[in-house]
Unconditional design. Structure first.
Ligand SMILES: [Zn+2]
Length: 426
């Protein structure tokens, strides 16, 4: 009897040990901290959560519009800068070549030309989306000089990195996608002590917290890797949620990804045999299995975005993040001579009614458009103007017709955004 009790206790302990080990193993695999970092920011600033909800509603209302200012098949290009942050005790050996390999991976994933799309199950093949988005290493730095698109800095903030690493170096988020490459990353408060592969800011956050807008990535995940860490994080950067967002009844605001109850961490180990039966939600009709192939889940067979996800990303890129892409594509970047010289000042700012806008560094005599966008990327006004012979511009504008909030004032030369400044309306 006593032996039996001891045996029972032993079995219980053994089961507990297995359970604990299982949980630790799972925790160590958590690839993405975007939700945790978002929750921390939203808890500190309730206005951010309101902005997220409004942004969702607005994006849903325009993403299915039949008329689009930018055609779905027009290629949009985004310049990336990789900031390599290293220190003696925590070396990060990411090279230019690693970054170039990473760009290659991104461009395959965002054009649906990655070879492993052949692994997509037949039921999901027709949902594969080509985002028509391309990435390239920035060719011109904020100082106007040529750059490789890779910078190197030394800081201890590379260790257990969080948003503070972004204070080491950041390039204007209106014109560059900043990617900080670090030794390792602090996961945030939810699962302390575990490492994550990367995290990104969302578009509704980046408009407000301009100095922290971008992506932090663990150096081991940069290159032509199969884990798709940066492809996944850029999905968040362009407004995508995880496919398991808020479980079966919540959703990722995208119609063609089946609902998923919770993250399929590390699934696909036995792909494509037993894992194909995983179906955690049955409230969809037809009732489809979890899309383990999706880049916005955590499975190890991430190979695709859907057409719905592509529409959502392009909606954010052509509104909220409009200054990041250039209508003239990769070759066009060579012509954007003014991007790093043009500057705007606004006063008073915050403004109540009338405010003065002064711009410099413009092309003499060129036509300019002054456009004002709200937090959701909605155009509020568009004023035509002409730069004088000194390449400057002075204009009084009226903020009395817009509601209190944060706005983005963008100067356009033709289709190109050449300068951006935040305006706060009281
Ligand atoms: Zn994620």
């Amino acid at each position: 009897m006593e032996n039996l009790k001891t045996m029972n206790r032993f079995i219980k302990l053994l089961l507990l040990a297995i359970l604990v080990n299982f949980q630790i193993a799972n925790a160590q695999q958590a690839p993405c901290g975007s939700d945790e970092y978002w929750k921390q920011k939203a808890a500190k600033n309730p206005a951010l959560e309101k902005a997220r909800q409004e942004s969702d509603l607005y994006t849903e209302s325009i993403q299915n519009a039949t008329f689009k200012t930018v055609p779905d098949t027009q290629t949009l290009t985004i310049p990336i800068v990789f900031h390599i942050i290293s220190t003696a005790g925590h070396q990060v050996k990411t090279t230019l070549s690693n970054c170039q390999d990473q760009i290659k991976r991104l461009n395959e994933d965002y054009s649906a030309t990655n070879a492993d799309t052949s692994n997509i199950r037949r039921i999901f093949k027709s949902r594969l989306g080509d985002a028509h988005i391309r990435f390239f290493l920035a060719t011109k730095g904020p100082d106007g000089n040529p750059t490789t698109g890779v910078t190197y800095d030394t800081s201890i903030l590379t260790y257990q990195a969080n948003d503070s690493v972004k204070s080491v170096i950041d390039w204007d988020h209106n014109f560059y996608l900043n990617v900080w490459v670090v030794s390792n990353i602090n996961s945030g408060s939810a699962t302390p002590g575990t490492d994550i592969a990367g995290y990104s800011t969302f578009p509704w956050d980046g408009l407000v917290n301009t100095k922290t807008d971008g992506i932090v990535i663990d150096h081991s995940f940069v290159g032509y890797t199969t884990d798709r860490t940066l492809s996944h994080e850029i999905g968040h950067f362009l407004g995508l949620y995880h496919t398991f967002q808020d479980g079966c009844t919540g959703g990722d605001k995208v119609d063609d990804t089946p609902p998923v109850a919770s993250a399929n961490i590390g699934k696909c180990n036995s792909w494509p045999t037993s894992d194909t039966t995983i179906n955690t939600c049955h409230n969809d009709a037809p009732d489809l299995p979890d899309m383990l192939e999706n880049i916005m889940d955590y499975a190890s067979c991430k190979v695709m975005f859907t057409q719905g996800q592509v529409t959502r990303m392009r909606t954010y890129l052509t509104t909220n993040r409009v200054s990041l892409y250039y209508n003239n594509n990769v070759a066009g970047i060579q012509n954007t001579a003014n991007i790093n010289q043009a500057a705007i000042s606004i006063y008073p700012n915050p403004a109540l009614q009338k405010f003065e806008l002064e711009a410099s560094g413009l092309s003499a005599g060129k036509s300019i458009h002054i456009k004002c966008y709200d937090m959701m990327g909605r155009l509020q006004f568009d004023e035509a103007a002409v730069a004088d012979n000194e390449g400057t511009l002075s204009r009084q504008l009226d903020a009395s017709l817009i509601i209190p909030g944060v706005y983005k004032i963008a100067l356009y030369e033709g289709n190109e955004v050449i300068a951006v400044k935040a305006l706060v309306k009281e």
